[in-house]
Design a protein around this ligand. Structure first.
Ligand code: MN
Length: 207
């Protein structure tokens, strides 16, 4: 059963003006699709074809060496982007509420402190990667990973660990058409489309 590109949960232009239509078309329809296609190619004929994308990412250390690189990059890319689309929504943004807001304040001080730390994680990731908010051992933490690595891959592989509840793609393909080299502006604009209801669902499930 090959992995499939999930449909975007909204129209390509739904996140305008913060994330532009052309970026969404290319990001979802070409970049994410390429991760899915290349993952299927890497897995063809392997018993790992039957594994869910979640298990593949979690168990990346056990993937045979001859396909580990492509599965790490493309499996990570598939998981990360499938997660990312759902974390954004048209007319979203604002601030979290309830248990999640309380946990963010407890871990980082204020919501603004949290935003500054998350933006810094994205900005200081040299080259391509992701900024993450994770639940690790019951606590909220911010970290970043390189390339398409993911905290679910574990600290030894990805450099950080935990269950991601928010992620921001800081590859240039995520922002270059609209923001060019200004990653900081893209990270600031990201807050306008964060689907906090979805983040809160992930937080409740991860606790
Ligand atoms: Mn991307």
């Amino acid at each position: 059963m090959p992995h499939e590109l999930p449909a975007l949960p909204y129209a390509h232009d739904a996140l305008e003006p913060h994330i532009d239509k052309a970026t969404m078309e290319i990001h979802h329809g070409r970049h994410h699709k390429a991760y899915v296609d290349n993952l299927n190619k890497a897995l063809a004929g392997s018993p790992l074809e039957a594994k869910s994308i979640c298990d593949l990412v979690r168990e990346i250390a056990t993937v045979p060496d001859n396909i580990k690189g492509p599965v790490r990059n493309n499996g990570g890319g598939h998981w990360n982007h499938s997660f990312f689309w759902k974390l954004m929504a048209p007319g979203a943004g604002g601030a979290p509420t309830g248990d999640l807001a309380a946990a963010i304040n407890a871990a980082f001080g204020t919501f603004a402190d949290f935003q500054a730390k998350f933006e810094a994680a994205g900005l200081t990731r040299f080259g391509s990667g992701w900024a993450w908010l994770v639940v690790n051992g019951g606590k909220l933490e911010i970290c970043s990973t390189a390339n398409q690595d993911n905290p679910l891959m574990g600290k030894a592989v990805a450099g950080c660990e935990g269950k991601p509840i928010l992620g921001c793609d800081v590859w240039e393909h995520a922002y270059y058409l609209k923001y060019q080299n200004k990653r900081a502006d893209y990270l600031k604009a990201f807050w306008n489309v964060v689907n906090w209801a979805e983040v809160a669902k992930g937080f409740a499930a991860a606790k």
